[in-house]
Ligand binder design. Structure first.
Ligand SMILES: [Ca+2]
Ligand SMILES: [Ca+2]
Ligand SMILES: [Ca+2]
Ligand SMILES: [Ca+2]
Length: 720
C-alpha cells in the first residue's frame, strides 16, 4: 500500500540572515522546509521517503527522513560556544497510526554483540523521537572557513502511540560567541605541496628530487620536510611533532597537499610495540578498547581539531576527543618498509610517468553475510539481514559511471547452495559480466581499469569472497564451524598480496571496501602491495571496517561502501584523489558513534594526493557547445569540463585577489563575486555528482562568467 501526501512547500528554502545580537554574540536565522513525501508499507513497517532527504538514522532507532545543512559562520566564531534555538515551528500530527521500523544494525568481520533489532529504550518510551526536529550534529573548520552542521528531521515518531508529527516548516537560530580575530590570508602565493619524509629517504632515494621537480612543473611550490624541521623525537611524539609543523606552516605556505613518505607503523604508547619512522597516529575510536585501535593519516589532514581533547595521550576517542574531520590539507602516503628505497623509487617513477587512467571501472562484489547466518561474529544468533555487494553496482553505474561516460565490468557471487532459501546472486543481476573469482579478477586487471572498487571480506594480505558451500547438517541455516559441527562456508581468495606479482602494473585507482587490507604494521599489506604493482593509487582500511546490514543504498552516512561511493564519485567528477577521499569523508553523516569514527580513520590513501584520473572526458565535445539532443552522455562530460575550467579560473582569481589585498587595493566589490563563484562551483559539482547535468552545467557557466569578470577587474586594479 502506498499513499502520497504533499507538504505545503515544494522546495526546501533556506533563508539566511546574519545579525549581531549583543556584543560578543552573533547569530544566524534559518527557515527549514520539508518536501513532498510518501509513506510506503512493506514487511510490517512503514517507511517514509521524502524528496531531497535521506531515510536513515541511528542503528536500532526509528528510520526517518533527514537532511543536513552546513551553515557557514564567521572565522571569528568560537565553535565550542555554538547554540541552536528553535524559534517557531509549523508542526502537526498526521492522520493514522504507523509502525516505523528501525535503522539497520551494523556489522563487520569482528566480534559483534547481537542486539535486539530495535532499541527498546526508544521503542518503549511514550515520547516523540527525535526530541527536536532540528539538532546541531557537528561543528568543524576547513582552513579559514567554519561551519555548523545542523540536521533537520521533519517527522518525529512516538513508538508507543504510533503517531507521527510532521514539522513542515521550522525557524531556528544558530548563535555563537565571537572569540577570534579576523582571518589574515596566507603569506605565500601559489599552491604549496609538502613532502614529509626522513633524512634517510632524502639520502637514499634516487627519484625524490625528480618527483619534486615534476610536481613543481605542475605548478606547485614544493617543500620537503624531515627531522631537521619536525624534530628527532620518535613514536607518538613524532606524529605529534609532524602535525605541529603542519599546523604552523601550512597556512603560511598555502599548502594544499601533504605526501608522507616513510614507515607508517603507528606507536601505541601503552605498550612497548615497534613503530615506524613516519608513523600513522594510533587512535582509540572506542575509548579504552585495545581491540578497536585504529591507525590513521587523517590526523595530518584535520589540523584544527583537538585530537586529544581530554589529554590522556589516547588520540581520537569518540565522545572524549574533539576531532573535527574538516580537512585543512589533503594527505597521501608512500610507505617505505625496511629501507626498501628501490620500491619507493619505482613508485615515484610510476607517478612521474603517469599518463592518466582509463575511463572504465571494475566492480567485484562479494557477499558479506546471508540472511540469519549464524557465525562466530554474531555469537551464533540468527537475525543478521542478508548483505550483498549485489546492491552497489546499479547506483555506481547509474549515478557515476554512465553520466561520465565510463564503462563498467561487474562481478557477483553466483556460487553456492541453491534452493535452500539462501540462493547466490543470479546471473541476471544488474550489469553482471562474470563470477567473482581470483582468476577472473587477475585476468580482467590486465585491461587497465581506471578504477577498481571492490566489496569483499579482508585480511592484512588479501581480500576474499564467502559463500555457502554445503548445508552439511541439512537444517536450511547457514553456519560456520563455530556454530555447527562442521564449517559450511568457504572463503576463496579474491586477490592476495602475492597475486600482485601476476598483475599488469596498471594506472588504476583502487577503493578496497574490505577490512584490514591496509594494516600498516604489515609490510605485506595488500594496499601497499597494489601500490607497488597493479595500481597507481590505493585506498584501504587499516583495521575493521563496518557495513550497514541489509540492502545497500546511499544515504549519506559513514558505512564503508558509502565512503567508497563518494570517493569514486568525487574522483570521476574531477577531484584529485586527496580531495576525493577527505572531502568525501567529511561530507558524510555519522549516526554510528565510534564505529563511524573507526571507518573515517581506517580508510587512508596510498598515492600522490594531487593525482587526478585521466581527463579525456574533460575535453569539450566537438563544437564545444551543448548539443541540441543529448542529455547524459554528452552534457555530463561537458558540465564536468566546465567545472574543471571554473576551478582553474578560481585559482587564478584567488591568486590575483591576494596580490590586490597585499597591495592594499580596495577589493570589497570583487571578493564577494569570487565567493559566489566558489559556491556555484560547489553547487555544480553536487549537481553533476547526482547525475543532474543540466543545472550542473548552468551553475558552472555562471561561475565562469563571474570569475572572468572578477579577473578582469582585478587585473585593472593591479595595473593602476
Ligand atoms: Ca606499532
Ligand atoms: Ca584522548
Ligand atoms: Ca579541520
Ligand atoms: Ca546448516
Amino acid at each position: 500500500m502506498n499513499h502520497t501526501k504533499s507538504a505545503s512547500f515544494l522546495l526546501a528554502v533556506l533563508i539566511l540572515s546574519w545579525f549581531p545580537m549583543i556584543t560578543g554574540i552573533q547569530s544566524v536565522s534559518l527557515t527549514l522546509v520539508s518536501n513532498p513525501y510518501t509513506i510506503e508499507q512493506s514487511g510490517g513497517h512503514h517507511r517514509i521517503v521524502m524528496e531531497g532527504f535521506f531515510t536513515r538514522g541511528v542503528p536500532g532507532n526509528p528510520v526517518l527522513p533527514q537532511k543536513v545543512y552546513n551553515v557557514e559562520v564567521p572565522y571569528e566564531a568560537d565553535l565550542k560556544s555554538v547554540n541552536l534555538q528553535i524559534l517557531w515551528e509549523d508542526s502537526q500530527e498526521i492522520l493514522g497510526v504507523y509502525e516505523v521500523g528501525p535503522s539497520p544494525l551494523i556489522a563487520a568481520d569482528t566480534f559483534y554483540t547481537i542486539q535486539n533489532g530495535k532499541n527498546t529504550d526508544v521503542y518503549k518510551k511514550d515520547a516523540l523521537y527525535p526530541l527536536n526536529p532540528v539538532d546541531v550534529v557537528r561543528t568543524y573548520q576547513v582552513k579559514n572557513k567554519k561551519y555548523v552542521r545542523i540536521q533537520f528531521t521533519p517527522f518525529q515518531y512516538n513508538p508507543v502511540t504510533k503517531k507521527l508529527v510532521l514539522t513542515s516548516k521550522v525557524g531556528v537560530r544558530v548563535s555563537w560567541n565571537v572569540k577570534y580575530a579576523a582571518y589574515t590570508g596566507p603569506k605565500a602565493l601559489g599552491v604549496g605541496y609538502v613532502i614529509v619524509t626522513t633524512n634517510a629517504v632524502v639520502t637514499n632515494s634516487t627519484r625524490l628530487n625528480g618527483f619534486a621537480a615534476y610536481l613543481q612543473s605542475r605548478g606547485f611550490t614544493m617543500y620537503t620536510v624531515t627531522e631537521n624541521q619536525y624534530g628527532v623525537s620518535t613514536g607518538q611524539a613524532r606524529a605529534v611533532n609532524i602535525r605541529n609543523w603542519l599546523q604552523a606552516n601550512c597556512p603560511v605556505y598555502n599548502v594544499k597537499y601533504v605526501l608522507l613518505i616513510g614507515d607508517p607503523d603507528p606507536d601505541d604508547p601503552t605498550t612497548g610495540d615497534t613503530f615506524g619512522d613516519l608513523p600513522m597516529m594510533m587512535c582509540w575510536p572506542n575509548p579504552g578498547s585495545t581491540a578497536d585501535q585504529t591507525p590513521t593519516d587523517y590526523y595530518y589532514a584535520d589540523l584544527t581539531g583537538n585530537w586529544d581533547f581530554d589529554g590522556d595521550s589516547m588520540y581520537g576517542e569518540f565522545g572524549e576527543d574533539a576531532v573535527d574531520f574538516g580537512p585543512e590539507v589533503y594527505v597521501g602516503r608512500i610507505p617505505v618498509y625496511g629501507g626498501n628505497y628501490a620500491a619507493l623509487d619505482s613508485i615515484l617513477s610510476k607517478f612521474i610517468n603517469y599518463t592518466g587512467a582509463n575511463t572504465s571501472i571494475m566492480l567485484p562484489m562479494a557477499l558479506s553475510n546471508y540472511q540469519d547466518e549464524e557465525n562466530a561474529f554474531n555469537g551464533c544468533v540468527a537475525g543478521w539481514l542478508r548483505t550483498d555487494g549485489l546492491n552497489l553496482p546499479q547506483q555506481v553505474i547509474t549515478n557515476i559511471a554512465n553520466p561520465a561516460g565510463f564503462t563498467s565490468y561487474v562481478m557477483y557471487e553466483t556460487a553456492g547452495v541453491v534452493g535452500r532459501g539462501h540462493d547466490p546472486v543470479p546471473v541476471t543481476a544488474y550489469g553482471y559480466k562474470a563470477l567473482i573469482t581470483n582468476a577472473n579478477v587477475i585476468n580482467e586487471w590486465a585491461r587497465d581499469y581506471g578504477i577498481v572498487f571492490w566489496w569483499a571480506h579482508g585480511s592484512q594480505t588479501g581480500a576474499s569472497r564467502k559463500y555457502w558451500l554445503n548445508d552439511l547438517n541439512n537444517n536450511f541455516t547457514v553456519e560456520d564451524g563455530v556454530c555447527a559441527a562442521a564449517d559450511e562456508l568457504t572463503w576463496p581468495n579474491l586477490l592476495t598480496s602475492a597475486d600482485t606479482a601476476a598483475l599488469a602494473d596498471t594506472e588504476t585507482f583502487t577503493f578496497q571496501c574490505s577490512c584490514c587490507t591496509g594494516h600498516p604494521e604489515n609490510s605485506g599489506n595488500l594496499q601497499y602491495s597494489l601500490l607497488k604493482r597493479g595500481a597507481v593509487s590505493t585506498v584501504g582500511a587499516t583495521r575493521f571496517s563496518w557495513y550497514a546490514q541489509g540492502v545497500w543504498t546511499f544515504t549519506g552516512i559513514v558505512d564503508n561502501a558509502s565512503i567508497g561511493y563518494v570517493y569514486v564519485g568525487n574522483l570521476v567528477f574531477g577531484w584529485s584523489s586527496g580531495e576525493a577521499l577527505y572531502n568525501g569523508k567529511s561530507m558524510l553523516a555519522n549516526p554510528w558513534g565510534w564505529q563511524g569514527w573507526q571507518n573515517l580513520f581506517g580508510f587512508n590513501l596510498y598515492g600522490d594526493p594531487s593525482m587526478y584520473l585521466e581527463k579525456p572526458i574533460l575535453q569539450p565535445p566537438p563544437g564545444g557547445e551543448p548539443p541540441k539532443v543529448n542529455l547524459t552522455r554528452v552534457l555530463c562530460p561537458l558540465a564536468k569540463y566546465k567545472v574543471e575550467k571554473a576551478r582553474a579560473l578560481l585559482e587564478e582569481a584567488k591568486s590575483l585577489l591576494q596580490q590586490a589585498k597585499d597591495g592594499g587595493k580596495d577589493i570589497s566589490e570583487i571578493e564577494p563575486m569570487i565567493d559566489e563563484a566558489e559556491k556555484l562551483i560547489e553547487r555544480a559539482n553536487r549537481y553533476c555528482f547526482a547525475n543532474n547535468c543540466i543545472p550542473g552545467n548552468y551553475a558552472a557557466i555562471q561561475a565562469i562568467e563571474l570569475l572572468k569578470e572578477a579577473i578582469e577587474k582585478l587585473k585593472q586594479l593591479l595595473s593602476c
